[in-house]
Design a protein around this ligand. Structure first.
Ligand code: BYC
Ligand code: FE
Ligand code: FE
Length: 475
């Protein structure tokens, strides 16, 4: 039950895990804190450390009201440790230990596997902050600037969430991993972040909105799977992270929707789809950015056939999306799953054991979730009477991880020759000209209530404030 729902702000680290009575962990976290602030100041939003930002800070884990909004300087943000309330009598919902009481301590035999999952999850959080650190300088409005900063402080908190798990439950090697999480750097040749997409640049706001739509959505799906974990502290921390993730999904979906809307308005107004000279981003360019971000995010789910995934599941560490709603034995010992595979120069569906196909199943759930957002963008295009449809690329397109990494696949799902790929990839992925054009539009717009030429204003402001509210007070 929710014994401690409100957050304890009496220690330096706001928390609902009773840190004052957990001196050892409190000391470890306080020891890590200065390094974190150092990292934030050097790798966090560049040029805005002194700005006052209208931010939402978590003050409780009560779903009815967990946040308060106020102006804060980002380095003073109260990054805290917040776990969803413990569920009385929670049972392990899948795998070999199905039905046994959820673990409150790390199960010894799965320690290494669990630590690896927590470290990979933790690594993505600061990576995204590093990728986005230059965006403040070219924000298309104060509203958007505030949103990227909100996403950034929450990704910072997600790092805290994983560091808490490492420091509380993994002793000395947990502390070492926590240290390493501050050492790796997105895109660094010597000490890169762990997963592919987190070493790509986020150089402009179209990329940022695509990233929050596609890559944060991988975050959502992975957190949903880890929220099923038999290791209860991980489950609880992921459940609370998901409440924050919802805002990141919102920023991405509405961000792209506003770029699409602006494209449609300009196309109607000037009676041409060549809207670049009018300061808009044309739908074809949007499609190429979509293709890129979707494909690199699909890679984040791992190989179609993965014994790691099977082991995570059997051990009870990482479940399926909506595991507890599934009507089966939650063991998958004899179950099968349809997986798209390369077959000569075609792609066919093949039945594979469900256990080793869990990455692909989660990827399927992810694609379905993405498709709902794309349908809402297409609704905007339709409303403007424009004959164009944005589409998700085929899952085999532009992949580096898994079976499709070995082939070239077109966005419509044909296995193609290297020669065709070389000749046509410029139609499918952002070209150097596209990137230069998008970059040319990136100028800060800092008058409250005004927006860059290529993006429509949002339907409403944040927390009931008007759209022309001063969301960031520049120092
Ligand atoms: N890049 O058996 P396989 C988020 C490696 S995002 C590089 O298919 P597995 C966020 C793999 O590690 C969510 N390497 O993989 C979003 C393995 O290496 P080893 C982050 C990759 O283990 C936006 C080998 O290839 N959370 O929160 O089944 C902003 C064989 O692979 C990649 C998680 O990912 C790749 N893309 O699945 C902020 C959840 N893919 O063992 C935050 C935790 C695979 O041979 N992680 N490899 O050395 C996992 O569940 C799994 O590790 C993965 C990979 C799903 C990522
Ligand atoms: Fe996150
Ligand atoms: Fe996120």
């Amino acid at each position: 039950m929710s014994d401690i729902v409100n957050v304890d702000y009496s220690t330096k680290i706001p928390n609902n895990v009773n840190l004052t009575e957990d001196r050892q962990v409190l000391r470890a976290l306080e020891g890590w804190h200065p390094g974190y602030i150092d990292w934030w100041k050097t790798m966090g939003p560049e040029g805005f450390q002194e700005a006052l930002v209208y931010l939402r800070t978590a003050v409780s884990v009560d779903p009815k009201g967990w946040a308060k909004f106020d102006y804060v300087k980002m380095p003073d943000y109260r990054w805290g440790i917040l776990l969803a309330p413990q569920e009385e009598g929670r049972k392990i919902p899948f795998g070999h230990h199905f039905g046994e009481p959820a673990w409150q301590e790390v199960p010894g035999e799965y320690r290494a596997m669990l630590r690896r999952l927590v470290v990979i999850q933790g690594d993505t959080e600061p990576a995204s902050v590093e990728q986005q650190r230059h965006l403040g300088k070219t924000a298309p409005s104060l509203y958007d600037m505030r949103n990227v900063f909100q996403v950034n402080v929450e990704e910072g908190r997600h790092l805290w969430a994983m560091v808490y798990i490492l420091q509380k439950y993994f002793g000395r090697d947990g502390r070492e991993e926590a240290e390493q999480l501050l050492q790796r750097r997105s895109g660094d040749a010597d000490k890169p972040r762990m997963l592919g997409a987190f070493n790509e640049a986020t150089p402009d706001w179209l990329s940022f909105h695509m990233f929050t739509f596609f890559t944060d959505r991988d975050g959502k799906m992975q957190l949903e799977s880890l929220a099923q974990s038999g290791f209860d502290p991980l489950s609880r921390t992921c459940r609370f992270m998901l409440t924050e993730e919802a805002h990141h999904m919102f920023v991405g979906e509405t961000g792209i929707m506003r770029v699409v809307q602006r494209a449609c308005e300009l196309q109607r107004e000037h009676k041409t789809d060549d809207i670049r000279t009018h300061g808009g981003i044309d739908l074809r360019t949007i499609q190429r950015y979509l293709n890129f971000h979707c494909s690199v995010s699909l890679d984040l789910f791992g190989s179609e056939i993965s014994t790691n995934a099977a082991n995570f599941y059997t051990a009870g560490l990482k479940g399926r999306f909506e595991e507890t709603k599934k009507q089966d034995d939650h063991q998958l010992k004899d179950a099968a799953y349809q997986v798209a595979v390369l077959d000569g120069d075609g792609i066919v569906m093949r039945e594979e054991p469900a256990l080793v196909s869990l990455n692909e199943r989660l990827r399927d759930d992810y694609v379905a979730d993405c498709a709902r957002g794309v349908a809402r963008w297409n609704e905007v295009i339709r409303r403007h009477g424009i004959d164009f449809e944005l589409t998700l690329p085929h899952r085999g397109f532009h992949r580096a991880i898994g079976a499709f990494g070995e082939a070239q696949v077109s966005p419509d799902g044909r296995v193609i020759s290297q020669a065709e790929w070389d000749a046509r990839h410029g139609e499918w992925l952002p070209t150097e000209q596209d990137k230069a054009f998008v970059q040319s539009l990136m100028h800060a717009v800092i008058e409250p209530g005004t927006f860059a030429s290529w993006i429509a204003p949002p339907a409403r402001g944040i927390n009931g404030q008007p759209v022309d509210f001063e969301y960031v007070r520049l120092g």
